[in-house]
Design a protein. Structure first.
Length: 161
């Protein structure tokens, strides 16, 4: 049995907007689990996503209210795969090296912070950043991620239309 996971990061929203509701309905309403890798910037976004099976971590731009609701990092079992979830910190350069040391024995590390999608393996571990769903862009498009966790893990970055 496969578990479908919707992955978000860096939404940077002060409230649930019409655009965010559209993203939720189009891309996330049918998933089994939602992961958010931080920088919600509003507890309203946490509550909205919490309507489903949801795991999130706080980011560097999150207010105290969000930091009190969510941990800095988390490990989750999804369909027999260990998933490390963290936001990240510091400059984009070297980000993956910094988060790498936060987890041992995981199959996937989901992270955010850079607003740049990533989907590749390092030493057998999938490093996955969905990009930013609604935050600022220096280049590229807004995006989310979809993970299919079954016997294997299929990971895709989905550009938001």
């Amino acid at each position: 049995m496969s578990i479908t996971v919707g992955v978000l990061s860096d939404t940077h929203l002060r409230r649930v907007t019409k655009d965010f509701r559209y993203i939720y309905e189009k891309y996330l309403s049918g998933v089994d689990i939602i992961l958010h890798a931080g920088d919600f910037t509003s507890p309203d976004i946490v509550s909205f996503l919490g309507k489903k099976d949801f795991h999130g971590v706080h980011g560097n731009m999150d207010p105290v209210e969000v930091k009190l609701m969510l941990p800095e990092k988390e490990e989750i079992d999804i369909g027999g795969h260990r998933v490390g979830l963290v936001h990240g910190w510091g400059p984009s350069e070297g980000l993956e090296d910094r988060i790498w040391s936060e987890f041992q024995g995981v199959d996937i590390i989901v992270y955010g912070h850079s607003h740049k999608p990533a989907n590749h393996k390092r030493e057998g571990v999938l490093l996955f950043n969905p990009g930013t769903a609604t935050g600022f862009l220096s280049s590229g498009s807004h995006s989310i991620g979809i993970l299919e966790c079954g016997d294997t893990i299929e990971a895709n970055i989905v550009e938001i239309e």
